[in-house]
Design a protein around this ligand. Structure first.
Ligand SMILES: Cc1cc2nc3c(=O)[nH]c(=O)nc-3n(C[C@H](O)[C@H](O)[C@H](O)COP(=O)(O)OP(=O)(O)OC[C@H]3O[C@@H](n4cnc5c(N)ncnc54)[C@H](O)[C@@H]3O)c2cc1C
Length: 502
């Protein structure tokens, strides 16, 4: 990229996690290009203040800006995360709970057995086909161990984090300002545009106009620039995903801190349990069409044993869907302003990091104005839709019958063609990994994640009375797999020890 291709002044509107991740990535990539980066935020409006779980993508982000875990994790009360446990989503016997692991190289040694067993089980053969015993991450989570092995362990293990979202924002703010990002505290009340619709400046409530060549909208759900000023339409996912509300309550920290998010299905949604060092975060994500906010709070309090406790709950609304274009004219939307998929797989910061890194790469390769913008928007939309499909699959595959909420979710026919194809491949007893590749089915999730989800919910036909052939009995020795994983797990510390960063 030549210097002349770079817009010289960039203004980011919004100082939530999305704003500070964007500012950090841009200053890291473009500090030496003479670009002036300013972030404007209103302390009066504040941030959404939730978002405590990540995928392994957040580790890549911190690595890319040169920040070590020992620097940011203690400051943000962060813990390590091996994956997510889903409890009470399925009523199929033996499948009331399963774990969605972050992957590791160890999986190469157990995956074949798992895939084979799901294949046999789909033929109705009685083999062990629940995912948990096949994955190291599930064992680490069960043992409350962190995911960083001792230095002799030869395999790479992927992992995510739990953290206090406000403290991550503060940490990144301090660092980005030290690196040269300018910071203005002001409430933006109007947006100035040129005759061709481009944004030229943001007008603050004190009468100041903040001008720039390029703007990044990190203003949260309201999408002040991309949606309100530029009028980019918002495509709701409400017909696919019913949840639009959440109620949040903290509880005491765990003595032996867990290393997984637990997602437990309740009557009209699900509740997250996220272990941080100073507290445990809990939030009930539900649909307001099926449950009032008062009832949701009572159900959450009952679930947590806090019915007679006066800790205050926070209620939030969620706008689920995406904008049609994430980059329009001279404006890029990042974070909640570009869209949101409910937090079941903690994917929002993943989308933030991918949007920003893809934007930086596109601009460096093709500049700001070129057709790179269209393909950028296609990629961003694909990320949103393929994550949505994976989340929808959780609801389609639930087998609860206790409330209308679960029944209507299970019967929901608003399913994308991609998800239909994946379910069809599974039911036809074919190899998901091979068929997804052959049919060029693009997904944000690997075949392994799909196998875990489909097998984890026990989405199998009934077991046939007797094996149909000698090879149809257990081909893989589960005791050997258990022993292999047990021995691997000896290379990992407890979460509590892993969090001592001396
Ligand atoms: C219930 C819930 C649970 C979630 N859980 C997860 C999770 O587990 N994992 C995950 O990755 N994500 C999660 N998320 C999403 C996550 O919270 C967000 O993606 C993340 O916090 C980024 O938010 P943001 O920065 O886009 O918006 P916000 O945090 O809302 O920040 C918006 C910023 O814009 C500023 N602003 C807005 N308007 C103006 C104006 N007119 N003038 C000046 N400043 C303005 C505000 O002051 C603020 O600084 C969750 C979200 C919800 C609702």
């Amino acid at each position: 990229m030549s210097d002349s291709q770079i817009e010289k002044r960039i203004v980011i509107l919004g100082g939530g996690t999305a704003g500070w991740i964007t500012a950090s990535a841009m200053i890291h990539s473009w500090a030496d290009k003479g670009i002036d980066i300013t972030l404007v935020e209103s302390p009066v409006i504040g941030t959404v203040g939730v978002g405590e779980g990540s995928t392994p993508r957040l580790k890549l982000f911190f690595d890319s800006i040169g920040v070590h875990e020992s620097e940011w994790m203690p400051r943000c009360n962060a813990t390590f995360k091996n994956g997510i446990s889903f409890a009470n989503w399925s009523t199929r016997p033996g499948f009331d709970r399963y774990f969605h692991p972050f992957s590791s190289q160890v999986d190469q040694h157990t995956k074949t057995a798992f895939y084979f067993n799901t294949y046999a089980r789909r033929l109705g053969i009685d083999v062990h086909a629940h995912p948990d015993r096949f994955f190291l991450a599930a064992k680490l989570a069960e043992n409350r161990q962190g995911p960083r092995p001792n230095e002799n362990f030869p395999f790479i293990v992927e992992y995510g984090y739990h953290f206090d979202a406000n403290l991550v924002g503060d940490f990144l703010k301090e660092r980005a300002k030290d690196l040269g990002v300018k910071h203005i505290e002001a409430k933006i009340v109007d947006v100035e545009q040129s005759s061709d619709g481009k944004i030229t400046g943001l007008l603050s409530d004190s009468g100041q106009t903040i001008e720039a060549d390029f703007f990044v909208d990190c203003s949260g759900f309201q999408g002040t620039l991309i949606q309100k000023a530029l009028g980019v339409p918002f495509r709701s996912f409400a017909e696919n995903l019913f949840n639009d509300s959440a109620v949040v309550l903290p509880t005491e920290p765990q003595d032996h801190i867990g290393s997984q998010t637990v997602s437990t299905a309740l009557k009209n949604g699900w509740v997250w349990e996220i272990p941080l060092t100073h507290r445990t975060g809990n939030g009930y994500v539900y649909s307001s069409s099926f449950c009032s906010s008062d009832d949701a709070e009572i159900e959450l309090r009952t679930h947590l044993g806090l019915l007679n406790n006066d800790v205050e709950a926070r209620h939030l609304k969620m706008k689920v869907g995406r904008v049609e274009k994430h980059w329009h004219k001279n404006c890029l939307a990042v974070g909640l302003s570009q869209g949101f998929i409910e937090p079941l797989e903690a994917t929002a910061l993943n989308l933030v990091c991918n949007t920003v890194s893809d934007f930086i790469e596109t601009v460096e390769a093709e500049g700001f104005e070129a057709g790179g913008r269209d393909t950028f928007n296609e990629r961003a939309n694909e990320r949103f839709e393929t994550i949505r499909d994976y989340i929808v699959a959780h609801y389609i595959l639930n087998s609860r019958e206790d409330t209308d909420y679960w029944k209507q979710n299970g019967q929901n026919t608003n399913v994308s063609e991609t998800l239909r194809q994946i379910l069809h491949i599974w039911k036809a007893g074919k190899s998901l990994s091979q068929e997804m590749e052959r049919l060029e089915i693009r997904s944000s999730y690997t075949a392994m994640s799909w196998y875990c989800l489909l097998a984890g919910y026990g989405f199998y036909p009934a077991i046939r009375p007797a094996p149909t052939s000698p090879s149809a009995t257990e081909k893989f020795d589960m005791d050997e797999i258990d022993e292999f994983i047990r021995r691997c797990a000896l290379n990992f510390q407890s979460q509590n020890d892993a969090l001592r960063f001396e």
